[in-house]
Design a protein around this ligand. Structure first.
Ligand SMILES: [Zn+2]
Length: 143
């Protein structure tokens, strides 16, 4: 709250972005000003499983992996938060508290392909292990 009052009441609530976010209008109990908040589901209960380790899901890890494959000049056009929400939504609808790291990478590739082909290629080069060029070509055909 602008007036720094800790007291507010929720006046309206809506689910947005396919349920991955909750939109709320809150009114300050002291000055009456209305503000909007967005709440995101905390996915840290989900364990990410890879061959070497299991660790709790972290949005920041996903966010940075997406950020680093996007062209800097496109960052003003692309809403990275929105992109990460889209990927998280695909994780949420599975309804499981464990996910393979490899599946997260595939969800990222699926999502990036629809938005930015350069980012898709960069992500694939960074995160998928290919021994030969034909491995890479075979993998690309899956998308
Ligand atoms: Zn206030």
């Amino acid at each position: 709250m602008k007036c720094r009052s800790p007291h507010s009441e929720v006046v309206n609530t809506r689910s947005t972005r396919g349920g991955s976010q909750i939109w709320r209008r809150r009114r300050c109990a002291d000055c009456g000003k209305v503000i909007t908040t967005y709440e995101r589901q905390d996915l840290s209960f989900i364990q990410v499983v890879s061959s070497s380790k299991t660790s709790p899901y972290r949005r920041s890890v996903l966010f940075i992996s997406i950020l680093r494959v996007l062209d800097a000049e496109h960052l003003t056009d692309i809403d990275v938060d929105n992109l990460v929400d889209t990927i998280e939504q695909k994780i949420i609808i599975r309804g499981q508290d464990e996910i393979e790291a490899d599946l997260i990478r595939r969800l990222c590739l699926d999502t990036l392909k629809a938005i930015d082909m350069n980012a898709f290629m960069r992500y694939m080069a960074l995160h998928m292990n290919f021994r030969t060029k034909s491995d890479l070509k075979a993998e690309m055909k899956k998308y």
